[in-house]
Design a protein around this ligand. Structure first.
Ligand code: FMN
Length: 349
């Protein structure tokens, strides 16, 4: 069920990919992801204009090391004149794939016509994709939501448009822009796109948090799947899915695995960021790892209140992880709950 996937000349060892996550899928996150060998991973989105202007802060989003291959960079922008230059920069930096973001719902991004606003200007989107495809030899992919709102679903039109533009894979998040993260990702719409596709790979995205939800999307005929929130604090999810679906065995997630992986992630962040940034980033990241554990509230509080990295490290290393247990309860509500607690973590609550 989990199998290799070829995009043009690029051979991917697995069809389970890790998503672009702005503010999250940074270099330390991707170092951790690489240990579990997803088929492809992405940088967080970066603005085409900033890349072309050679802004160093934007180039930092694109830092990667050899362990992270195969890796794609995601571009965000809406200018067909800039898109090919930006795509070529990505290729020259050594990326394996270049992706165009057509899903970001945030006003700051959509107000200049980028992100999910491109779903309303399909002629322009076609131009952008065509220019990107012409400018690079690496596969060009595009990531969309199913439409701006439910009255304007464009998933089937997008299949035709992306195929005509020469795009290699189309990732579909089964929510509309209007939906934000409410409700569920509509897998029936993703399946419709799969059935409509002639030459393009359809990659299913939305609400994949475990092997069962991964299997459901693959059963619907997707060439691959893209895991997003499910990778936060669970860099092993690729291995968990592969072991469950291919080898019929259960990947053991224990409090020890969580502790050790969190401590490794701690080291990655401390090596990469300034102490101040590392402290802020770690408060968030630790929260991801600890969110599904009963009895971890005290540790979460200690981590959030730590004023120095040394203090935080002391709390993490000395906490008795053997006292923790996993939350019980209905899987779906647990997942939704996880995302809510994720928002609280991000808000520093
Ligand atoms: C914190 C956060 C940051 C995100 N950043 C990006 C991004 O940079 N580019 C993008 O295409 N999608 C981004 N997304 C959307 C995800 O890649 C994915 O499409 C969405 O979360 C649905 O998948 P999921 O249900 O598996 O999380 C982001 C989502 C979250 C929660």
């Amino acid at each position: 069920m989990i199998k290799p996937l070829t995009l043009k000349k690029l051979h991917l060892p697995s069809n389970v990919w890790y998503a672009p996550l702005a503010g999250c899928s940074d270099y330390p996150f991707r170092r951790m992801s690489a240990k579990y060998k997803p088929g492809l991973m992405f940088t967080e989105m970066c603005k085409m204009e900033a890349l072309v202007r050679k802004e160093s802060s934007t180039y930092r989003f694109l830092d990667f090391d050899p362990s992270m291959h195969p890796i794609g960079a995601q571009l965000c922008g809406s200018d067909p004149k800039i898109a090919p230059t930006a795509a070529k920069i990505v290729e020259d930096l050594g990326f394996d794939v270049v992706d165009l973001n057509c899903g970001c719902p945030v006003d700051k991004v959509t107000k200049d016509g980028s992100g999910s606003a491109l779903l309303k200007t399909l002629d322009k989107l076609f131009l952008i994709l065509g220019e990107m495809v012409k400018s690079v030899a690496i596969p060009v992919t595009v990531k969309i939501r199913v439409g701006w709102d439910e009255k304007n679903l464009i998933h089937l039109k997008m299949v035709e448009l992306a195929e005509a533009a020469g795009v290699t894979a189309l990732t579909i998040h089964g929510r509309t822009r209007e939906q934000g993260y409410r409700g569920f990702s509509n897998r029936d719409l993703i399946q419709e796109a799969v059935n409509h596709a002639k030459s393009i790979h359809i990659i299913g995205n939305g609400d994949i948090f475990d092997p069962l939800s991964a299997k459901d999307l693959l059963d619907r005929g997707c060439s691959g799947i893209l895991v997003a929130r499910g990778t936060m604090g669970k860099p092993w999810i690729h291995q968990e899915i592969v072991e469950a679906l291919n080898e019929k065995k259960e990947f053991q997630v224990t409090p020890w695995l969580i502790k050790n992986t969190l401590l490794e992630h701690y080291q990655e962040i401390v090596h990469y960021e300034s102490p101040r940034k590392a402290l802020l980033s770690l408060r968030r990241v630790a929260c991801w790892y600890l969110r599904d554990l009963q009895g971890a509230k005290q540790l979460r509080d200690l981590v959030n209140r730590s004023q120095t990295l040394e203090e935080m490290f002391h709390h993490l290393i000395s906490f008795d992880f053997s006292s923790l247990t996993f939350e019980n309860g209905d899987t779906e509500s647990k997942k939704i709950g996880s995302f809510e607690s994720e928002s609280k973590c991000n808000a520093g609550l």
